[in-house]
Design a protein around this ligand. Structure first.
Ligand code: GDP
Length: 525
């Protein structure tokens, strides 16, 4: 197979949902179709049940460095599918945001009885920001569900994207009879608990007796009416509208019952994009360029202090990555070569000789990489679109063991490179501030500093509303602002100016008084 065909047959995507909507179950069913696993229950949920550090640590320990669940690759109908795992727990949302930067598209799972939930809304914001194409899967139709039209309206409104149903449910809960595949035509009858593939029934004429024979007169009538309504409201899906992230195709089903999944998958491989061109600060990189480029979007540390090595996950953006070949690590200007790059196929991790755009490779890392680092064959490129988001919680971090200040500094440095949290240094008093998305991260940091670096830290509370990255349209205004707000000025790890607003009011006043400064909630603008 040629290089271009290899790229064209790759689909790299993430599944996102609010916890409990059915992401793990859906992932598992997709893997079953791909033959990547053979029994249900093989995919371990990465869910944190309790809001407890011990729980998180246990999961990390079990996963070890194999991280087989971080990327799941499999083949289906000649298509190479890479599913990127995202942590479900909201405290790790930042990790999910970054993983989304490596996805070419996304499937959103929504619970039919709950509709759009908070986490879904937040994650969708990131998809919108990056114009990631999304497909929606409405799950749990085997349970009493909201009206499908209401669900569609809610998605349009809450997720701010047009929708287009490509399948339609017949009833829900006890009266759930199946789905009608609008995209391909054909009726799929529900068979609860069925692990076998539901075979579709082809129905040429919806007004014939055949439909009535399968689902009864009343449901047949309702379905025909609904389909007519859908035809009127939702025009035929244009693939480009989906690819431009303007319209989200919607499917209905029940992941637990393996129902509606095949239709989703079949449509997904047809519609979803192969690796897309990506922006760098210098130029746009197309997937089919000859030379290899890639970027680090995730770093997974080994929690075992005796083997403090890490895996850097790299998304291949262009060219062919080859084992034992020298590549430029753009940030530090050094050439590096990798003798044991790994990839994950059919839930097995193995050393690979080459990888194509869309693929994710794991590189052994002894502390060289940071999130966002670029690898190339020599060109100095910096991939964009891996921003930091303003954290929600802030604390001062202090050294609790004067004998271990070096260890603490190193530990903080490395954990921040891994993207566990963000570090800001207050320019007024030089104190270090850790910003996180969730309370759990402070515990994780403390635990890891102690167990991996032998360092003790102490937290001191700090009430901040937001950390905002400042864009100055007028440099004099920035100088003036810094003079007046000296106590609230910090630098992030890249040395960028950050304003620490302690209330919404304070931020509002700053915006009012300094019209030539723009305050951003993400580090990239
Ligand atoms: P995640 O948190 O999004 O990964 O959700 P899970 O896949 O772990 O599912 C959460 C719970 O919902 C589990 O108990 C699943 O068995 C259940 N579940 C998932 N899909 C369905 C479905 O289609 N129908 C029903 N009734 N339950 C489901």
């Amino acid at each position: 197979m040629g290089y271009k065909e290899e790229i064209a047959r790759r689909r790299t995507f993430g599944i996102i949902s609010h916890p409990d909507a059915g992401k793990t179950t859906l992932t598992e069913k997709l893997l079953l179709f791909g033959g990547a696993i053979h029994v249900a229950g093989a995919v371990k949920s990465n869910k944190i049940k309790k809001t407890a550090t011990s729980d998180f640590m246990e999961i990390e320990r079990q996963r070890g460095i194999s991280v087989a669940t971080s990327v799941m690759g499999f083949e289906y109908n000649g298509i190479k599918i890479n599913i990127l795992d995202t942590p479900g727990h909201q405290d790790f949302a930042e990790d999910t945001f970054r993983t989304l930067t490596a996805c070419d598209s996304v499937i959103i799972v929504i619970d039919a009885a709950k509709g759009v939930e908070t986490q879904t809304r937040k994650l969708m914001q990131v998809c919108r920001m990056r114009k990631t194409p999304v497909i929606v899967f409405i799950n749990k139709l085997d349970r009493p569900a909201h009206d499908p039209f209401d669900l569609l309206d809610e998605i349009e409104k809450e997720l701010q994207i047009h929708v287009n149903p490509l399948s339609w449910p017949i009833g829900s809960g006890d009266t759930f009879k199946g789905v009608y595949n609008i995209y391909r035509g054909g009726l799929y009858l529900f068979n609860p608990g069925g692990q076998t593939l539901p075979e579709g029934i082809e129905i040429q004429d919806l007004n014939s007796d055949e439909l009535v024979r399968h689902i009864g007169e009343r449901d047949a009538h309702t379905l025909c009416e609904n389909l007519e309504l859908i035809q009127g409201v939702y025009p035929t899906l244009e693939q480009n509208d989906y690819l431009n992230a303007e319209v989200a195709p919607v499917f209905f089903g029940s992941a637990l019952n393996n129902f509606g999944i095949k239709e989703l998958l079949d449509c997904f491989i047809e519609l979803a994009p192969s690796p897309l061109p990506r922006e760098t600060e210098e130029r746009i990189v197309k997937a089919d360029e000859d030379k290899f480029t890639g970027f680090v979007f995730k770093i997974h540390a080994n929690m075992d202090p005796n083997h403090r090595d890490r895996i850097a996950f790299v998304k291949v953006c262009s060219g062919i990555f080859k084992r034992n070949t020298n590549y430029l690590h753009v940030r530090n200007g050094k050439m590096l070569k990798f003798s044991t790059p790994t990839a994950f196929m059919a839930s097995k991790k193995s050393i690979i000789d080459e990888a194509y755009p869309g693929d994710i490779i794991g590189l052994h890392d002894t502390g060289t990489f940071k999130i966002g680092d670029t690898l190339t064959e020599g060109e100095k490129l910096h991939f964009k679109g891996i921003p930091s988001f303003s954290p929600e919680l802030f604390k001062y971090i202090e050294n609790a063991d004067p004998m271990k200040s070096k260890q603490l500094a190193k530990g903080i440095d490395q954990l921040m490179d891994e993207g566990v949290a963000q570090l800001f240094v207050n320019q007024f008093n030089g104190r270090k501030i850790i910003g996180t998305v969730g309370a759990l991260q402070f515990e994780v940091i403390e635990y890891r500093l102690l167990h991996e670096y032998g360092a003790s830290c102490r937290w001191e509370s700090l009430n901040l509303y937001k950390a905002c990255w400042i864009e100055a349209l007028d440099n004099n205004e920035l100088i003036d602002f810094k003079k007046h707000k000296a106590q609230y000025m910090a630098k992030d790890k890249q040395g960028r100016d950050v304003f620490l607003a302690d209330s919404q009011y304070m931020l509002h006043m700053a915006q009012e008084n300094y019209k030539k400064l723009v305050f951003h909630f993400t580090s990239e603008f």
